[in-house]
Design a protein around this ligand. Structure first.
Ligand code: HEM
Length: 243
């Protein structure tokens, strides 16, 4: 058994342990800091475009990963979906979602860096996390390009990366499979694990408790103080003199 194989057998469990213990620790000691650290009050114009762009993009990327990593190739084969057809839809959807995620996060980071109060409200851990997050997305897009044969040789990751991913969860790690994947896939998975390890110590914890309604609600609900008719005059409207 080579060092590389042992690495891919063990590191996923180290990552999982950090995520579980780290999340428990964060909740125990920083319950009231369990937040996105919203900066909407400081800046809203860019946020309104960039945040949905990033979040919808990453949701599609996640769905893509669930399909690509969890569903065995034998199942899609049995459904009559050819490898070519699978690949084509994965590349098309994956690239659109991946690029949207990347542009979204680029705008969010630009906003965070150029808006004084937003930058001041950014913790060191979050700054490190942003670098790793962008690296994970860029490396992911690179694997799509490389794996699809656009650059270099085509690689069917559903026979290497995907069974490796599943082997972790059934406690029969197959690091040897990961060693058969091209370097770009190994780099992508490694950066992803670094991101998971950082997760509990950053604002990413909000993903564990994000209400789905968040995605569809207006950012801040503004109500006009102008009432159309006299009988709608309520609350903070100036009081009219009585008789
Ligand atoms: C251990 C965890 C992960 C594994 C094994 C993994 C594996 C893969 C594989 C095999 C692809 C190629 C998909 C294709 O070409 O059809 C890919 C693409 C991609 N990955 Fe990951 N990934 C992981 C985690 C992540 C994370 C945490 C992120 C982002 C934060 C991410 C972002 C992307 C992106 C943006 C792409 C480009 C294609 C797309 O948009 O789906 N991945 N990943």
């Amino acid at each position: 058994m080579g060092a590389g194989e042992i690495f891919w057998d063990i590191v996923p469990y180290v990552t999982l342990a950090i995520v579980v213990v780290g999340t428990w620790w964060r909740y125990r000691y920083d319950k009231f800091g369990w937040t996105t650290r919203s900066s909407q009050l400081y800046e809203n114009r860019l946020l309104r475009i960039a945040s949905p762009m990033f979040h919808f993009g990453i949701l599609v990327v996640i769905v893509g990963h669930v399909i690509g990593l969890i569903i065995p190739q034998s199942w899609t084969d049995a459904l009559g979906l050819s490898q070519h057809a699978y690949h084509l839809q994965a590349i098309t959807l994956g690239t659109i979602a991946g690029v949207s995620t990347l542009v979204g996060i680029a705008l969010l980071i630009y906003r965070r860096r150029t808006n004084g109060p937003v930058f001041t409200a950014t913790t060191t851990n979050d700054k490190i996390m942003y670098v790793v997050l962008v690296a994970a997305i860029v490396a992911g897009l690179a694997t799509t390009l490389i794996g699809s044969g656009v650059v270099g040789e085509e690689h069917n990751y559903r026979q290497t990366v995907s069974p490796w991913f599943r082997s972790i969860w059934i406690l029969q790690p197959r690091g040897d499979l990961m060693m058969q994947a091209p370097l770009s896939f190994q780099v992508h998975a490694l950066i992803a694990m670094a991101l998971f390890a950082l997760w509990p110590f950053t604002r990413l914890v909000h993903a564990f408790s994000a209400p789905i309604g968040y995605l569809f609600r207006p950012y801040v609900v503004y109500r006009s103080r102008e009432a159309a008719t006299a009988d709608q005059l309520v609350g903070s409207q100036p009081r009219r003199r009585g008789w």
